[in-house]
Design a protein around this ligand. Structure first.
Ligand SMILES: Cc1cc2nc3c(=O)[nH]c(=O)nc-3n(C[C@H](O)[C@H](O)[C@H](O)COP(=O)(O)O)c2cc1C
Length: 177
């Protein structure tokens, strides 16, 4: 099996979930080739040949990020409090395209290609998350969703992930195998 996990992340939390999903997949399928790449590195050559595509991004304004929300997040990140998690994961790490833009140039999936969508989100009372929009786009690109959209909770805008979410992401990743 060849699995590719594509993530968008401003503060590093979605990246941490993506890496945990990758670890879970590798644990469940030691024979699998699993790569975990940021949106900017996920060109068609990286996706080609994958029989499982997992896509995750942060929830911004009840859905997927947009140009303005990403600018706002980067601006806020510059002043985010420092905790035990990486806040902005490397200079220019999120300067590339967001998932919305990336999806526009994603080729249609070969028949039978599986996929799953996840997001990170704050624990807000209002429902909605980026994973629904990601799942919709995957379906439009003819991917077969193997499970429903999944959300992983951060304690606040810059993180960290809520205790136990990393482990839950690994279990979720294993279930995709
Ligand atoms: C501009 C902006 C809007 C946000 N809107 C929401 C929202 O509507 N619902 C929510 O649960 N979290 C919201 N958040 C919190 C993000 O989901 C959180 O920053 C994200 O999960 C962190 O992921 P990252 O570290 O990968 O960037 C928002 C954050 C930003 C910066």
């Amino acid at each position: 099996m060849q699995a590719v996990i594509v993530y968008e992340s401003v503060y590093g939390n979605t990246r941490a979930v993506a890496e945990a999903v990758a670890d879970g997949l590798r644990g469940a399928r030691p024979d699998a080739v699993v790569s975990c790449v940021p949106v900017a590195g996920a060109g068609p050559d990286v996706i080609a040949g994958a029989d499982l595509l997992v896509v995750g991004g942060p929830t911004h304004v009840y859905g997927m990020s947009s140009g303005p929300s990403r600018r706002l997040a980067r601006f806020a990140a510059a002043g985010a409090p420092v905790g035990d998690e990486p806040r902005v994961h490397g200079p220019g790490a999120d300067a590339g395209p967001g998932l919305r833009t990336w999806f526009r140039s994603l080729p249609q999936a070969p028949p039978g290609t599986r996929a799953a969508a996840f997001d990170t989100r704050a624990d807000m009372l209002v429902s909605g998350g980026a994973a629904q929009g990601i799942a919709r786009r995957l379906t439009r690109h003819r991917y077969d969703l193997v499970t429903g959209p999944e959300g992983f909770v951060v304690e606040s805008t810059g993180g960290p992930l809520r205790a136990g979410e990393r482990e839950r992401a690994a279990v979720w990743g294993a279930s995709l195998a």
